[in-house]
Design a protein around this ligand. Structure first.
Ligand SMILES: [Zn+2]
Length: 339
């Protein structure tokens, strides 16, 4: 037995030698070597770019709390999508700002709704880009909740037909994927049935399966003008303290027909992403939400952290935890960095 072996045992964990025979620092001595043994790599194909569509023409209005992101009219969205596709980013997810809002969110399922128009325009003018339609009511209801409000409360079962209509109108407009984000019970099964019964059995559902009632959505509400006008969303979005419940939500959505599942937000919920990847065989998406983005941009703007390094580190962590796809406002910046 060697001197090292006598001191530390001949073979350490998983057959490796212990110090001084084993020195992990040997593999960190240069960037070339570090790169050669890197376990997690980011590529443009990892990302989905979220976009906000608004009425008008040639409109490009920067979102105050999310520098570098814009509310864009359909023509601008199409222009942006050409750039996104050219960068090798596989898809975009669309959120709509309708001309008018009402109690039942009619704009979410109008054939000429803002998102429906954007989908048609992108699909006819941009090749090889997946258009994912966020499917919810909160951007279209005057009260800002994700379902129909009955007697001061969001009525689960009354909301399901409206969400089904929204998904169907998005599929009719040409959406490649519909992504329900409302967190009503039973909505995946309900939407699947509506799509199947209307000839859209091949349109996949990306379910926001584990969506938490998070403080990090703050800047998004400015972007999508979708803040609830009374109360909050804690009666339908998940309690941030719960991990096992997320597995139950995901299992239910898969049973109901989800093709992909999502965890949202991402960085504060890496344990949920990790466990979802271990327990389920479907692709796992994670949404690095507006507040996660804005925190990094604001801190970097103050010179407190390095923007690129923080961006890469957080996105690497999200992928390392198990995300197959990452929805992020950094998609374009990252694609340029990793191309
Ligand atoms: Zn919503």
């Amino acid at each position: 037995m060697s001197i090292a072996g006598e001191r530390y045992g001949e073979v350490g964990r998983m057959g490796t030698m212990t110090f001084p025979a084993s020195r992990p620092r040997r593999l960190r001595s240069s960037e070339t070597l570090r790169s050669a043994v890197r376990e997690t790599r980011l590529a443009p194909s990892d990302f989905i770019y979220p976009m906000f569509v608004c009425p008008g023409e040639s409109v490009r209005k920067e979102i105050g709390a999310m520098p570098g992101n814009y509310q864009m009219s359909v023509d601008e969205v199409v222009r942006e999508c050409r750039e996104v596709a050219a960068l090798g980013i596989p898809g975009v997810v669309l959120f709509g700002l309708p001309e008018t809002k009402d109690l039942v969110g009619s704009g979410a399922y109008a054939d000429d709704g803002i998102v429906q128009r954007a989908i048609r325009a992108i699909k006819s003018e941009v090749n090889d880009l997946l258009v994912i339609a966020d499917c919810c009511l909160c951007e279209y209801t005057s009260h800002g909740h994700c379902g129909q409000v009955v007697d001061g409360d969001v009525d689960n079962d009354a909301s399901l037909p409206l969400l089904g209509k929204a998904a169907l109108s998005q599929a009719r407009a040409g959406a490649d994927i519909v992504a329900p984000s409302d967190m009503m019970d039973g909505r995946i099964g309900s939407i699947r049935a509506v799509l199947d019964n209307n000839g859209f059995s091949s349109v996949p559902i990306l379910s926001y399966a584990a969506k938490y009632a998070s403080a990090f959505y703050g800047p998004f509400r400015e972007a999508a003008e979708s803040a609830p006008q009374f109360g909050d969303r804690r009666s339908y979005q998940m309690d941030p303290a719960n991990q096992r419940e997320a597995m139950r939500e995901i299992a239910l959505d898969i049973e109901e027909g989800a093709d992909m599942i999502m965890v949202k937000p991402a960085l504060p919920y890496l344990d949920v992403i990790y466990r979802a990847k271990q327990e389920f065989d479907l692709p796992v998406a994670a949404y690095q939400v507006s507040g996660e983005y804005s925190m990094i941009v604001a801190a970097a703007g103050n010179g407190w952290i390095d923007l690129d390094k923080s961006m890469v580190e957080t996105l690497t962590a999200i992928k390392r935890a198990g995300a197959d796809l990452i929805l992020t406002y950094f998609a374009k910046t990252m694609a340029k960095l990793t191309a």
